[in-house]
Design a protein around this ligand. Sequence first.
Ligand SMILES: NC(=O)C1=CN([C@@H]2O[C@H](COP(=O)(O)OP(=O)(O)OC[C@H]3O[C@@H](n4cnc5c(N)ncnc54)[C@H](O)[C@@H]3O)[C@@H](O)[C@H]2O)C=CC1
Ligand SMILES: CC(=O)C(=O)O
Ligand SMILES: [Mg+2]
Length: 586
Amino acid sequence: MSQNQTLARPGPPPRQLSTTSGDYDSSNPPDVRKYLGTYGLTPPAVESFDVQAQRCLRLLAMKPTPIEKFQYLTHLRATNVHLFYRLLSENIKELTPLIYTPTVGEACVRWHEIFTQPEGMYLSYTDRGHLRQILDNWPYKVEITVLTDGSRILGLGDLGVNGMGIPVGKLALYTACAGIRPEATLPLTLDLGTNNKALREDPLYMGARVPKISAEEEKEFLDELMAALTDKWPSIVIQFEDFKNPFPSLERYQNTYAMFNDDVQGTGAVIVGGFINAVKASGVPAKDHRAIFLGAGSAGVGVAKQIVEFFIKEGLTEEEARRKFWFVDSNGLVTSDRGDKLADHKVYFARNDNNGRQYQSLLRLIDFVRPTILMGLSTIGGAFNTDILQRMAKLNDRPIIFPLSNPSSKSECTFEEAVHNTDGRCLFASGSPFPSLEYGEKLLTPGQGNNMYVFPGIGLGAILSEAVSVTQDMIYASAESLSTSLNKQEVADGWLYPDIRRIREVSVIVTRGVIRAAQQNGVDRAVKLRSLNDEQLDAYIKERMYDPHQERDIVGGEAAQLLTSGTNGYTNGVNGITNGVSGAHL
Ligand SMILES: NC(=O)C1=CN([C@@H]2O[C@H](COP(=O)(O)OP(=O)(O)OC[C@H]3O[C@@H](n4cnc5c(N)ncnc54)[C@H](O)[C@@H]3O)[C@@H](O)[C@H]2O)C=CC1
Ligand SMILES: CC(=O)C(=O)O
Ligand SMILES: [Mg+2]
């Protein structure tokens, strides 16, 4: 491909952040419409956002399936970005499952069928050598990117470029939960081949129809990409997501770039955040806990490593902390004498006190270990069956049961199963949401142990502190901050995580913790923030957060007032109007 062909950008920008649709204009009063030359192009009624939101919710209710709701919300984001984020932030609990797990899982599986418009960038292996130039095609100034190679999308396996739903969904949460402006986010999918043969052979598949490139080839590609991204946007924060083997890139780039891996580090942090509260509620001192992990992949090991850090802070030695974990993978208990070559990331937790016995059965291992904690990061839906849950209930007053695999179909058990098989005594968190449950006299609410509680604050903290790298202390600070973010009522109700409806408040607390850790580690370039006390820092964070409610809601007198203040007043006074007309790309 010639360079000109590579760089050609015909037509509109790749992601429409348009706010110029008829819907949007319907909140402009007649004078403003005349001024803009849009008078007569929309229905006569001047509508507030609230009225428009009501219509959106009705339209959403008319869509019979989650995937159709997902498609409608995608359309809304593309055509009326501020309305989309206002709707999302006001209905975060109800809408998150539609734009994120579980629905985003189905969307990725079917991405090649349901695709209507590009919402991010795609970079292919054949583009190497040109990556920096291609980034020039992206029309906005980027503060954060989420990138995936699609090789392990949730627990659904290798989906190649269909994985784009994940960066898009995660970045929508960055905007809704941490107020990073929509146009400052870049969803990025790497088209490096796929080992999913069915997709490769599907006529609608939109990526390269070749097997996944080798680890060495991927490393070279990523080296070029990281350099290109930071050359184009020097302060960019880079989140790696859903790579089959995320460890080499994390090790290679974490001290050199402002990057983190959400599946290893974000997941570790969010689970530690809830775990700190679960340990308190269990009544068992930290030193007496024992954990079985089903699944010894990136997420499992990431979570355990951060719990080790927590145990050490609780006074255990590293060796004592490490010995509290028993990992099970698809070949059974991870031991050093199992006879297979263990992947590097598993070696640290491999047991050598198994007296030559290899455990294949989770139930038998539970009898042997007598764990207080059962974590699921295995992608095996239903793996925590009735026998297993009942055995945990027999061994513990308050068993800690965290089935964390996504989407819901891969969850190791449901909330209902966990509650019924433990007489309502379990301390529960799952990766995907489950509904509350009436049990006896009580309404029980499950925790959602999903990295969405921390990655928005990690990203915003790194952006605002202008961190040169994302340190382990910054990640751990996000966990500790999360654990302190519950209000009195949530603590009294025994919740492990705060109400998701308070996510923006929670993100401020997490962001503050991340910034403070960046300062302590001396990786912050925004040194002016060092002199702020916590209250001032919180105010600064809030002020920097995009709030869709502030973008446009201009009716009647307000607009008239703006118009009388002349063109300048109009432009200055109503950032939202400028945003709106020029399409939210300032
Ligand atoms: N709740 C959250 O915030 C997060 C949840 N996850 C979920 O965790 C799951 C795992 O993710 P990764 O660790 O990145 O995947 P991975 O592919 O690296 O690891 C999966 C692990 O499960 C093991 N496994 C597979 N079949 C098994 C079986 N029959 N019995 C026992 N172990 C078995 C594999 O050997 C491997 O160790 C996914 O479903 C993902 O969606 C991942 C990140 C965040
Ligand atoms: C939540 C998430 O990052 C995952 O399931 O991969
Ligand atoms: Mg992930």
